[in-house]
Design a protein around this ligand. Sequence first.
Ligand code: SAM
Length: 244
Amino acid sequence: MTSSDLWDEATAQRYDDDAADMFGPQVLGPTVDFLARLAGAGPALELAIGTGRVGVPLAERGIPVTGIELSAPMVARLRQKVDEATLPVTVGDMATTTVPGYFTLVYLVFNTIGNLRTQQEQVECFRNAARHLRSGGRFVIELWVPPLRRFPPGQAGVPFDITARHLGFDTYDLATQQGTSHHYTTGDDGLIRYGASNFRYIWPAECDLMAQLAGLELEERVAGWDRSPFTSDSESHISVWCKP
Ligand SMILES: C[S@@+](CC[C@H](N)C(=O)[O-])C[C@H]1O[C@@H](n2cnc3c(N)ncnc32)[C@H](O)[C@@H]1O
């Protein structure tokens, strides 16, 4: 049993269009370059592989990629792009599901560790990543830094996108590190659709402690796939931990 929201058929159908910016070469190029360099000859394991946004182009570089993914509808979308023999995926929870083999690279991108909404499950996810790594292998996470500096006392939410078609804002419970992203999207038919997703936010330091509990050592932290330096103003981080 997982605390994650289950991504349903309708969400899976829309995913590639809704996340179109994240599929662009300006994002995917540096992402896949970064991961391919760490994977070497592979194999690589993507936790929460989704519709294969990153896993498919990484596999196209000749690196064997395996996936774990909770949502069967997301995997069905991935299967429209690549077959099971080329990119095997096990449907299950990334905190507990195991797959055969040991990997040079395990990665979990696009802020998805936050989809596990308890600290215990997030720790288990780090342990599960470590369990699948060869000695010398790396676990990579892409995660935003919680933007709590934008959240003055008494304010209920923080907007992150305000356009004619989409209003997105986050609400937080600072006591429990729980958050919800709210989306109001205007469709082509003019109707406004509401969707929400829930998460548990964590700081880089808490990630490092989870990695330590899993027997992993921090090797590198940068602000983005372009390897820009991570500073106190960075809004996200790419962190790399190594299994000794
Ligand atoms: C933002 S999408 C990222 C998908 C893909 N990694 C990408 O970068 O496009 C988050 C994905 O995490 C999956 N997910 C959420 N909780 C999960 C869990 N506990 N175990 C495995 N997958 C999970 C969702 O079903 C969804 O496919």
